[in-house]
Design a protein around this ligand. Structure first.
Ligand SMILES: Cc1cc2nc3c(=O)[nH]c(=O)nc-3n(C[C@H](O)[C@H](O)[C@H](O)COP(=O)(O)O)c2cc1C
Length: 311
């Protein structure tokens, strides 16, 4: 009997639906025993978000300052798994705070050491550098990343910014003004996630995950837009400065912190609506010269490899 653990965190339930669909095929198989655990922080974040909390969570999230995670039941901790399906979302180009907190916990050491892991993310579209951070955590936990499925909002970047903000602040995954498309991962992609189950199961029963990622990629598990790699990498450099500055020069829940976060909010607005379109034009103008580099980047970021110094 194969033991599979489905471990994830989700605020809206989007990621819960995705991971549940992925393991549909496992549920119907008597040779697989499924175990589930929802990661939670002792102090959870409210959903829908208030503007204050949404920006307030930035420094700790980006700097991966671990918070207390609710204890994981002994029955889950004491079992040994043939595979862990690990669902996470991205907050501020980083694994969400509940996820990064869990990855730094003692329970993660117990569960992940020596385990094979398939990561599943449900994000807006900017997940690549966050995934590098997850890869690093998994490596230091002595786990092997054997597959990755990254589902995103496929609409144009700026449309998805408008719709996700609306969703996060209203809690409703609906068409904004009846005009904009639905936010987040499309229902079609969520429903189609069932297709990944048989692919993973085949490798599980072969006791070999060697070419699992290749087979997941044949099923569109990851689609990369090269421009988003550029933005994600550049934004990580700038976010590092902002997060350190805000963290070092103010205490949480103070007037000063609130003011600095307002500045960060303004910076984000300008970066998204003014800087990013200019960078996009430059990206297009220099595209032909960068084709070999882009090809290499796409190959690497769709893989489960980890290079410590990715350029
Ligand atoms: C505070 C916050 C920051 C976010 N930052 C990003 C981001 O940097 N990149 C991205 O692709 N999605 C981002 N998202 C969207 C999430 O990755 C995710 O798709 C959404 O919150 C739904 O996840 P759920 O399953 O937890 O409801 C962010 C969401 C929140 C709440």
């Amino acid at each position: 009997m194969k033991q599979v653990l489905v471990l994830h965190y989700s605020q809206s339930g989007q990621l819960t639906e995705i991971v549940n669909n992925i393991v549909t095929d496992f549920k119907n198989d008597d040779a697989v025993e499924l175990h589930y655990h929802n990661i939670e922080l002792e102090q959870n974040f409210p959903f829908p978000w208030t503007k204050k909390d949404f920006f307030g969570v930035f420094p700790d999230t980006f700097l991966q300052h671990a918070k207390a995670v609710k204890p994981i039941p002994e029955a889950i901790l004491n079992n040994t798994y043939d595979l862990i399906i690990f669902g996470y979302q991205v907050w501020y180009l980083t694994p969400s705070l509940p996820i990064s907190s869990f990855l730094q916990s003692e329970s993660a050491k117990t569960l992940f050491s020596g385990s094979k892991v398939v990561t599943v993310s449900g994000t807006r579209n900017m997940w690549i550098m966050a995934h590098e951070k997850v890869k690093k955590h998994l490596k230091s936990l002595n786990a092997s990343l054997v597959g990755n499925i990254a589902l995103v909002d496929r609409h144009i970047n700026h449309i998805s910014v408008i719709t996700i903000v609306r969703w996060m602040f209203s809690g409703k995954k609906k068409k904004y003004l009846g005009l904009f498309p639905k936010p987040g991962v499309s229902q079609r992609d969520i429903d189609n996630a069932v297709k990944f189950g048989p692919v993973i199961k085949q490798h599980l029963f072969q006791n070999s995950f060697n070419d699992l990622q290749e087979n997941l990629l044949k099923n569109d598990a990851v689609k990369i837009k090269p421009f988003l790699i550029t933005v994600d990498r550049k934004a990580n450099v700038i976010f590092t400065k902002w997060a350190n500055f805000i963290h070092k020069s103010s205490e949480p829940n103070t007037k000063k912190r609130e003011t600095l976060l307002k500045f960060f909010n303004v910076y984000l607005f300008i970066a998204i609506w003014v800087v990013s379109p200019i960078v996009f034009i430059l990206f297009l103008l220099t595209y032909v010269f960068n084709i070999p580099k882009i090809k290499k980047q796409k190959e690497y970021y769709t893989s489960v490899e980890l290079l410590e110094n990715t350029k």
